[in-house]
Design a protein around this ligand. Structure first.
Ligand code: FES
Length: 159
C-alpha cells in the first residue's frame, strides 16, 4: 500500500483545528489570504490580537487545497495561539514541514501557511499602525522578507 501522507497530516486533515472565519472588518482581527499559483490552492488565516500585549488570542483558517496544505494550516493555528505577533512572524515553513514530515514536493504547501500568517500579521499592522511602531520599539522595522527554504538537492517545486 502506497502511503502518500504521514499520519500527522492525516490527523490534521481528518480533525482540522480552528477551522472557521472571523469578522475581517474587526479592528483586532488580521486576515491573510494567500495562494499557491502552481496548484491554485488557497489559504485564509485570521488572527485575533490582544492589543494590550500584542498576543494572538484566537486564530481561524480556511484552506481550499491539498491534504498537506490543510494540515499545515491546522498545525499553524495550534502553534501561533498564545504567541506574540513577533514570535508568530518568525515561524518558518521548514518548522511546519518537519513536524508534518512533508516530502520535498509538498514543501510549498507549508510555505502557504508561513505566507498566510505573515500576511495576517501584516494586515493587522496595517489596521493598527500604532501597534507596530510601539511593539517593534519604534524601529520602523518591516515584516521580514518571505524566504523559500528548499533543500539544495530537492527537485524544483513551484511556490
Ligand atoms: Fe499546492 Fe499542496 S499541492 S498547496
Amino acid at each position: 500500500v502506497r502511503r502518500s501522507y504521514h499520519e500527522k497530516v492525516l490527523d490534521h486533515y481528518n480533525n482540522p483545528r480552528n477551522v472557521g472565519s472571523m469578522g475581517k472588518n474587526e479592528k483586532d482581527v488580521g486576515t491573510g489570504l494567500v495562494g499557491a499559483p502552481a496548484c491554485g490552492d488557497v489559504m485564509k488565516i485570521q488572527i485575533k490580537v490582544d492589543p494590550n500585549n500584542d498576543t494572538i488570542t484566537d486564530v481561524k483558517f480556511k484552506t481550499f487545497g491539498c491534504g498537506s496544505a490543510i494540515a499545515s494550516s491546522s498545525y499553524l493555528t495550534e502553534l501561533v495561539k498564545g504567541m506574540t505577533l513577533e514570535q508568530a512572524g518568525r515561524i518558518r515553513n521548514t518548522e511546519i514541514a518537519k513536524e508534518l514530515c512533508l516530502p520535498p514536493v509538498k514543501l510549498h504547501c507549508s510555505m502557504l501557511a508561513e505566507d498566510g500568517i505573515k500576511s495576517a500579521i501584516a494586515n493587522y499592522y496595517k489596521k493598527n499602525p500604532k501597534a507596530k511602531a510601539t511593539d517593534l520599539g519604534g524601529t520602523g522595522a518591516t515584516m521580514p522578507r518571505i524566504e523559500v527554504e528548499l533543500p539544495a538537492d530537492s527537485p524544483s517545486v513551484a511556490t
